[in-house]
Design a protein around this ligand. Structure first.
Ligand SMILES: Cc1cc2nc3c(=O)[nH]c(=O)nc-3n(C[C@H](O)[C@H](O)[C@H](O)COP(=O)(O)OP(=O)(O)OC[C@H]3O[C@@H](n4cnc5c(N)ncnc54)[C@H](O)[C@@H]3O)c2cc1C
Length: 339
């Protein structure tokens, strides 16, 4: 069991800035996200697009904003728990117990839900039996490429993930890249590299084909792919990697007894607490009269929620409002060297 002052659900921009607001008050947070990295929508949906309405930053991309937020919270040495979805929460003696999809358990007086539009999850293969092989022979992301060494890999998709992993894994294994259209969406220079490898017989590309069935018992032996005219071919396969993009699912958040309103959580605007004491919702996932789904609103919401979190985590201490420019305590927490 991991004990902490605050559990933050979601490492999007708003969850990241909440770490800062808690950290400067001396509170420790643990951050859990279903994705494999921080940044939420900024990193998944628009890493290269410029944002023009972050206060004090005239222009930065989704990725730059994420990097800056991570830099800003570096002094707090926060633990991130990626590839884990917060599954269950329950109350025990005025403390919240939080359980993840990997059975990690946290205990904390406060939970801040910064879950955006829900957890990002891969769009899954819909053919019969696919579920049976998930996590064994079928993967929707790569955490350890060594697993795929010297194997026969069928990669599905037409975007950057499919192209990047085709290029990378072709160095160590036998790869077939399969896409249902004839044009790829991913970076043209990566595709050109792959086409060169195809000429050298190191990669096979099949376009306008879709997965039609999987053959195997305990593990996959081969797959069949079909084109629009019904032509079918079999491909010997050990592993399927599928990159059909992400969908957003509110998932278990709806089961936590919170006051929901059309996929968002109702909060008060004094401290962004929900109908449950010690559970706060900030960023895109919260709603209140006049709510704007903007990053800057989420930053403000996190600042106010952090004050109430302090009061619950340090019931015997008095909360003191302080400026970062003048507080020696805050500067010490930030590792600022003062003369
Ligand atoms: C194309 C596009 C352009 C945009 N441009 C702008 C702009 O110019 N300016 C602006 O202010 N805003 C912009 N936005 C909106 C902005 O991105 C969102 O307001 C912001 O990302 C919300 O941040 P968040 O941290 O609340 O949620 P998110 O960024 O959605 O992050 C939430 C995180 O929580 C995780 N999560 C959810 N549930 C769980 C769970 N149960 N367990 C574990 N993890 C979970 C998700 O995986 C996700 O990583 C844009 C959005 C899009 C799509």
């Amino acid at each position: 069991m991991i004990k902490t002052d605050v559990v933050i659900v979601g490492a999007g921009p708003v969850g990241l800035f909440a770490v800062h607001q808690l950290g400067i008050k001396g509170l420790k947070s643990e951050v859990i996200d279903n994705l494999d990295k921080a940044g939420g929508q900024c990193i998944e949906l628009y890493p290269d697009k410029p944002i023009y309405d972050i206060a004090g930053i005239p222009e930065c991309t989704g990725e730059e904003l994420t990097q800056n937020l991570l830099e800003q919270i570096k002094p707090f040495n926060t633990n991130f728990h990626f590839n884990e979805r917060v599954q269950e929460i329950k109350s025990e003696n005025n403390t919240w117990i939080v359980k993840t999809s990997k059975d990690k358990v946290f205990s904390s007086p406060n939970i801040i839900i910064a879950g955006g539009v829900g957890s990002f999850e891969p769009r899954k293969l819909s053919v019969k039996n696919a579920e049976k092989y998930e996590g064994k022979n079928i993967f929707y992301s790569v955490s350890n490429k060594e697993k795929f060494k010297d194997k026969k890999i069928s990669i599905f998709g037409g975007g950057d993930s499919a192209l990047d992993w085709t290029l990378e894994l072709s160095k160590i294994s036998n790869v077939t890249l399969i896409h249902r259209r004839d044009k790829f969406r991913g970076a043209p220079h990566t595709l050109n590299e792959i086409k060169k490898l195809e000429k050298d017989g190191k990669v096979s590309i099949k376009t306008q084909y879709q997965l039609s069935s999987i053959e195997g018992d305990n593990s996959i032996k081969s797959i069949n792919i079909k084109d629009d005219k019904g032509k079918e071919i079999a491909i010997e396969t050990d592993y399927i990697l599928s990159f059909f993009g992400l969908i957003m699912k509110l998932g278990p958040i709806t089961d936590w007894g919170l006051n929901m309103d059309n996929k968002t959580i109702k909060v008060n605007t004094e401290n962004f607490e929900t109908n449950k004491k010690g559970i706060f919702a900030i960023g895109d996932i919260c709603t209140y009269p006049g709510k704007l789904k903007l990053i800057l609103s989420g930053f403000h919401e996190g600042a106010l929620a952090s004050v109430e979190c302090f009061k619950r985590a340090r019931p015997n201490e008095k909360y003191r409002f302080e400026f970062t420019t003048s507080s020696k305590d805050i500067q010490a927490r930030l590792g600022v060297k003062t003369k």
